[in-house]
Design a protein around this ligand. Structure first.
Ligand SMILES: *[C@@H]1O[C@H](CO)[C@@H](O)[C@H](O)[C@H]1NC(C)=O
Ligand SMILES: *[C@@H]1O[C@H](CO)[C@@H](O)[C@H](O)[C@H]1NC(C)=O
Ligand SMILES: *[C@@H]1O[C@H](CO)[C@@H](O)[C@H](O)[C@H]1NC(C)=O
Ligand SMILES: *[C@@H]1O[C@H](CO)[C@@H](O)[C@H](O)[C@H]1NC(C)=O
Ligand SMILES: *[C@@H]1O[C@H](CO)[C@@H](O)[C@H](O)[C@H]1NC(C)=O
Ligand SMILES: *[C@@H]1O[C@H](CO)[C@@H](O)[C@H](O)[C@H]1NC(C)=O
Ligand SMILES: *[C@@H]1O[C@H](CO)[C@@H](O)[C@H](O)[C@H]1NC(C)=O
Length: 353
């Protein structure tokens, strides 16, 4: 009884060991394979952009594509180890040999792609292709920066409903910011800085965005955007907002508020024109650059309750005494220079009447 049970036990153990070994072998094989459709798409990307580029040095079709540099795959599935791994990330960076039209159709062939990075690849040219919308359910992170791409910021990008992080900075994009971007349910980060964009800000940007990533980031510096900041922006929970070096006008005082989560606000080099006196700075505010505008009134005394580490209100039309206290002693005269009537440390003393 005892003996036979122990024999049975040993047999079971042996089977378990064999099964474990089989799983390990198949997992290893799965690990070394990639999905054939993904591999074909990657080879098509390489053939469009030039197999000579250093980015593709390890892209040898005899080796598993998940081992190629700049390609990121899903892990081997523990529940179905026979399933080939899928490409979920592609990152082509700092390569000036790489050249050709944006390989949209080939990239869309990576049907499970979540992250696409093409950064500092100036030879990639052409417009952003519609094919990317085929990745509507998976593509959540796009960074196409410092490339040669041109044309519009396509309105169809809003069809990529998974998209949360969209950075298209330092390209040659022209035309307006499409209003459709306001429809995106997952968008929380939008950086279109350093392009040649024109027109006004879409009123409802981020208005449909879920609160999953409640903090929003909008970076639009160095474009040719005009008009005022839509009143609707007062209700967006911005963490970072950079509208610098554009032609924006009017009131932006509603972006402030003591309970806002705003950490960084850069409105410099625009034509903003509002009374700063009654503004309440967000308690979390870390950096504030209002330089080179037409802002008037006084610097609010409440600034001393906020531990700002950057504060520059130079080249405006401000008046009154520079508040002292808090972190204000960190900022030199250059942060307050060229105003209509600011005085007091670090500027020359106020003249008493
Ligand atoms: C590929 O690189 C080699 C060596 O740098 C160069 O001689 C050749 O012309 C390049 N070919 C193409 C198609 O750029
Ligand atoms: C793959 O597994 C590693 C280690 O368990 C984990 O850190 C990583 O997040 C996983 N990657 C994906 C894409 O699931
Ligand atoms: C993606 O697009 C397809 C075809 O237009 C559509 O059927 C599907 O519902 C979309 N998926 C998501 C998550 O938006
Ligand atoms: C604000 O934007 C201007 C112009 O883009 C830039 O020069 C400046 O460094 C920015 N300020 C801060 C605090 O980042
Ligand atoms: C800011 O939040 C505090 C604490 O929740 C609250 O007491 C105060 O009324 C709020 N202030 C404004 C201006 O909303
Ligand atoms: C700016 O606002 C302050 C306080 O709200 C007010 O006393 C002042 O007259 C305003 N300045 C101008 C020029 O309108
Ligand atoms: C503040 O902004 C002005 C105008 O752009 C600039 O000249 C000055 O250097 C800035 N000060 C600091 C400390 O950044």
């Amino acid at each position: 009884m005892l003996a036979s049970s122990s024999v049975r036990h040993r047999a079971t153990m042996a089977a378990v060991v064999l099964l474990a070994a089989a799983v390990a072998v198949s997992a290893a094989r799965a690990k070394n394979e990639c999905h054939s459709g993904d591999k074909a798409a990657l080879l098509a990307i390489m053939s469009t952009l030039g197999s000579n580029a250093s980015s593709f040095q390890s892209w040898n079709s005899d080796t598993p594509c998940c081992d190629w540099t700049n390609v990121f795959c899903s892990n081997v599935s523990s529940t179905s180890p026979y399933t080939a791994r899928r490409v979920i990330g592609l990152s082509l960076q700092d390569d000036d040999i790489l050249a050709g039209p944006f390989p949209g159709a080939a990239i869309a062939g990576l049907t499970t792609l979540q992250q696409l990075l093409m950064i500092n690849v100036p030879g990639v040219k052409g417009t952003i292709p519609h094919d990317l919308t085929r990745l509507n359910a998976t593509l959540s992170f796009v960074d196409i920066s410092s490339t040669g791409i041109s044309g519009p910021v396509p309105s169809f990008l809003s069809e990529i409903t998974a998209l949360g992080h969209l950075r298209l900075s330092t390209n040659k994009l022209t035309g307006p910011i499409p209003a459709s971007l306001g429809d995106m349910p997952n968008l929380y980060f939008l950086d279109l800085s350093n392009n040649r964009l024109t027109g006004t800000l879409p009123r409802l940007l981020f208005s449909k965005a879920s609160d999953y990533y409640s903090d929003k980031y909008l970076y639009l510096s160095h474009n040719k955007l005009t008009g005022s900041v839509p009143a609707e922006f007062a209700t967006v929970n911005f963490w970072g907002l950079d509208l610098s070096h554009n032609g924006f006008t009017g009131d932006a005082s509603f972006l402030f508020g003591v309970n806002k989560s705003l950490d960084y606000l850069n409105l410099s080099h625009n034509v903003f024109d509002f009374n700063f006196s009654a503004v309440q700075l967000p308690v979390n505010l870390d950096g504030l650059d209002l330089s080179h505008n037409h802002i008037y009134g006084d610097i609010p005394d409440q600034v001393v309750d906020v531990t700002v580490t950057y504060f520059n209100v130079s080249y405006n039309r401000l008046t009154g005494v520079v508040p002292t206290g808090g972190t204000m002693f960190w900022f030199d005269a250059s942060c307050f220079q060229h105003n209509k009537g600011l005085c007091g440390t670090p500027l020359p003393p106020c003249i008493k009447h």
